[in-house]
Write a protein that binds this ligand. Structure first.
Ligand code: SF4
Length: 283
């Protein structure tokens, strides 16, 4: 019996040692070191900045998206959500400051006293900052509006270890989507010469596509495009992504049916449609 107890204690110490250490590191990260996010005011800029800060030495992460949500929890109140994506290749492995280039209506959420005429609008307003890593993990910070305004009233001195990003506009696609279309986009090498070069019809260099046994006779795009660029990267001769939607180019060649199918399959919101006829019927 005594030997059994001793064995259990030894096993517990062997297994429990690393586990206890791991738990202690996690807890200390949360309490003292882990990721922190808050709003700050930076000298020379009228834009609210998000400061995302962590101890790189003990906490190795790559942040790829910052989402900011504003809510007034009163009947008829406001709600705004905007996200800022730092594409995979540019994901930040270092603490950073993000100046948010927002429209006037969104900026008002930071400065006003709540939606007009709504009792308690101010006291029931809060912001949520969500920081997402390239592994898809997210950490959330919830702040009352009063606290945010206090943060934005004090001038923040940017420490050396913090990168300041250029003024950044919110993502054009719906921030509610949990699809990560930019990952497909950044997998493609940048084409020199930008849009015009990309429209030459050059294929992605990721191996040949599986052959298809049909011919495409018509392609169209239904409402709901989130301008993720994936289709244009897949079939640049056919698809052209504009500021707020994607269109099929005038006189687009439909001879590469495999590319069109791949673009439709890769569309995260499934809005690319096409008609086909079997190849066997083409005499
Ligand atoms: S049509 Fe689909 S794949 Fe093309 S940009 Fe829009 S959402 Fe992306």
């Amino acid at each position: 019996m005594g030997n059994l107890l001793l064995s259990i204690i030894v096993v517990f110490l062997i297994l429990g040692g690393p586990l206890t250490l791991f738990a202690a590191i996690k807890i200390s990260n949360i309490l003292f070191g882990g990721l922190k996010a808050r709003f700050v005011k930076v000298e020379g800029s009228d834009l609210p900045h998000v400061l995302v800060k962590w101890d790189q030495e003990s906490y190795s992460i790559n942040i790829c998206r910052v989402k900011v949500e504003f809510d007034e929890m009163v009947k008829g109140g406001r709600s705004k959500v905007f996200s800022f994506t730092l594409e995979d290749k540019k994901a930040k492995a270092k603490s950073f400051l993000l100046p948010m280039k927002l429209e006037a209506e969104a900026l008002a959420c930071f400065t006003d006293q709540g939606a007009e005429g709504l009792r308690n609008a101010y006291s029931k307003s809060y912001f949520i900052i969500e920081c997402e890593t390239v592994d898809g993990e997210a950490q959330i910070f919830k702040l009352r509006k009063a606290a945010v305004q206090k943060q934005l009233a004090e001038l923040f001195t940017v420490p050396k270890e913090v990168d300041t990003l250029p003024e950044t506009e919110p993502d054009k696609w719906s921030v509610l989507t949990r699809v990560f279309p930019w990952r497909k986009v950044v997998a493609v090498e940048e084409v020199e010469g930008g849009e015009e070069s990309a429209a030459t019809g050059a294929k992605k260099e990721d191996g040949p596509r599986a052959p298809v046994d049909f011919k495409v006779t018509k392609v169209w795009i239904e409402p709901g495009c989130i301008v993720c660029d994936a289709c244009e990267n897949e079939a640049p001769a056919v698809f052209w992504v504009q500021e707020d939607t994607c269109i099929v180019r005038d006189n687009a060649p439909l001879d590469d049916a495999a590319a069109i199918k791949a673009a439709a399959d890769g569309c995260p919101v499934d809005v690319i449609k096409f008609d086909t006829v079997p190849l066997a019927k083409q005499a």
